[in-house]
Design a protein around this ligand. Structure first.
Ligand code: SAM
Length: 263
């Protein structure tokens, strides 16, 4: 039986996984960004999590440095990577202090990371330090269209507000624009494109689990007692709202990639 952090890491892995064809499209887009530069590229991912971005790239043979601060996330990733690990190096480290020499990698990948770091400027400076000239910073993110999942999250926020707890919204998007602005101030030219749009199915029970296990960063600062009470009330609300908690609803998603090449 895994301990609590590992159980949460497994829940993250299961509930935030990409369908295989989506993971493949993302890997192809990232692979194109590092193609054709002569040397065999070395990719570094900051905040690699359980490897949903990393594994398809590793399976395609890229040399990969997988960095994360959380041993439980790295442990789950290590187990998943066991069959394709030949070119992977794992780094239990802080993205704000990358234990690598300057100009040592061809790409730095950061997906859903900046908004977790109040001092993201340090991580960005480190990412640019370890990139080789001509290297590329690849930032990726998912976007969820409004629908039942958003309604559930919205109701969770309302219930917490009734407990006197305000949950900040829009941090992820705001942080991306702050990082983009910082890159432009350095004279760099970030370019964003939509890589893939897809539809998934999710049950209300899974959506409740993702909130209850705090798999989204916006849940992190909520005091445990208030979270527990709100989850109890949310469960009852979801039963009234959805009827059957195991009947899936569709979720529309998109993945965006912002590429910034160093000169
Ligand atoms: N990039 C992965 C993905 O898209 O599935 C994981 C995203 S998850 C939201 C954020 C990850 O960043 C977690 O695995 C967390 O442990 C890690 N993380 C948070 N702060 C970090 C830091 N300062 N240095 C390195 N990793 C960090």
């Amino acid at each position: 039986m895994p301990g609590a952090p590992t159980r949460v890491a497994y829940a993250y892995d299961r509930l935030r996984a990409y369908p295989p064809e989506v993971a493949g499209r993302i890997a192809t887009a990232m692979g194109h960004a590092v193609a054709g530069r002569g040397e065999e590229p070395v990719l570094l991912e900051l905040g690699v999590g359980t490897g949903r971005i990393a594994l398809p790239l590793i399976a395609r043979g890229y040399r990969y440095i997988a960095l994360d601060l959380d041993p439980a996330m790295l442990e789950v990733f290590q187990r998943k990577a066991a069959g394709v690990m030949r070119k992977v190096r794992f780094l239990l480290a802080d993205a704000r202090e990358i234990p690598l020499p300057e100009a040592s990698v061809h790409a730095v990948i950061a997906v859903h990371l900046w908004h977790l770091l109040p001092d993201w400027q340090r991580a960005l400076a480190e990412a640019l330090r370890v990139l080789k000239p001509g290297g590329v910073l690849l930032e990726g993110w998912d976007q969820l269209a409004s629908g039942p999942e958003c309604r559930l999250q919205e109701r969770w926020r309302e219930l917490l507000a009734e407990e006197g707890v305000l949950v900040e919204r829009g941090l992820h998007r705001r942080r991306l624009s702050e990082v983009g602005e910082a890159l432009r101030r350095l004279g760099l030219r970030p370019r964003t494109r939509e890589v893939v749009a897809w539809r998934e199915e999710r049950t209300p029970r899974e959506a409740l689990e993702a909130l209850s296990e705090r798999l989204y960063s916006f849940t992190k600062g909520v005091p445990e007692e208030a979270h527990r009470r709100a989850m109890g009330r949310l469960g009852a609300w979801a039963e009234r709202e959805f009827g059957d908690l195991d009947r899936p609803f569709p979720v529309e998603k998109r993945f965006f990639l912002r590429s910034t090449r160093l000169s």
